[in-house]
Design a protein around this ligand. Structure first.
Ligand SMILES: *Cc1c(COP(=O)(O)O)cnc(C)c1O
Length: 266
């Protein structure tokens, strides 16, 4: 299988996969600390690969794939945990899409998998029954007792999403939120975003001042002002605003005001 490593979770997946088969590194953005998404012509694709794997959105580095790779006949497997339901997806381009529910869908404990049915049933003999998509398909996702409460909550979230105009409606809302924040950062003389413009994530906006002391001050003062979890991941530092579907526009507007006020004061 071919793997594109663009951040933490795809790197973990790349390493885990090596326990089960012959895995190639189709692309890596590690050379520039994962501040960009490799372009189509940078992907080293093996036409004989069983599948191509990538992670659609990278929460720590604040990058997001803005295109679906063209892999010819090789099925695409995609981890959409952190941006599913934030933009329309042409499901027919994928072999397997999977997403943990805990970012845009429902409480932790549930994973949504969209599997091309002809791909199921070709698992390695060592695959545990529980991890076999064929088992889940044959049993209508109820081979074991499913996490009923999470599924119920997902149902409520999907109803709410329909009220927002469905996935196309949410795409407009989330893109508006992210653009508002990137505009403030790009027009700032204090804050910068290191991510290349065509690779920026609409879900996780990373920014920094360039000074560890000022970053720490920003985190402290924003926390005191009621903004939670703005501290960047320890592996990259700086700040990160995770503005998943549930974050209202008003929250981002308030953060923009806070950023501008902090800049004036510092
Ligand atoms: C959040 C996330 C996961 C799951 O990580 P948890 O620590 O269980 O929340 C997996 N893949 C991606 C792409 C993610 O963003």
């Amino acid at each position: 299988a071919d793997y594109a490593v663009t951040g933490n979770f795809s790197n973990i997946a790349y390493k885990e996969a090596q326990k089960y088969g012959q895995i190639s590194l189709a692309a890596s953005s590690a050379d520039r600390n994962h501040t960009y998404i490799p372009a189509q012509d940078q992907l080293k694709l093996d036409p004989g690969a069983s599948y191509f794997y990538y992670c659609a959105n990278n929460t720590i580095y604040g990058t997001e794939w803005q295109y679906v790779p063209d892999t010819g006949d090789v099925p695409i497997v995609c981890d959409m945990s952190s941006d599913i339901l934030s933009r329309p997806v042409d499901v027919s381009k994928y072999g397997i899409i999977f997403a943990g529910a805990q970012k845009n869908m429902a409480p932790a404990g549930l994973t949504v998998a969209i599997v091309r049915e002809d791909l199921a049933g070709h698992e390695l003999p060592c695959t545990p029954l529980m991890m076999n998509y064929k088992t889940m398909i044959d049993k209508d996702s109820m081979y074991n007792t499913p996490p009923c409460w999470c599924i119920y909550m997902l149902g409520l979230v999907l109803e709410w999403l329909e009220g927002q105009g469905g996935v196309p409606g949410m795409e407009a809302i989330k893109h508006g939120k992210a653009s508002m924040l990137y505009d403030v950062i790009d027009n700032s003389r204090l804050f910068t975003c290191a991510v290349e413009k065509d690779s920026r994530s609409d879900m996780n906006v990373v920014f920094r001042t360039g000074s560890d002391e000022l970053d720490a001050k920003f985190v402290k003062e924003s926390t005191a002002a009621g903004f939670t979890n703005l501290k960047g991941h320890r592996s990259v530092g700086g700040m990160r605003a995770s503005i998943y579907n549930a974050m209202p526009v008003e929250g981002v507007e308030k953060l923009c005001d806070f950023i501008k006020a902090f800049e004036r004061a510092n």
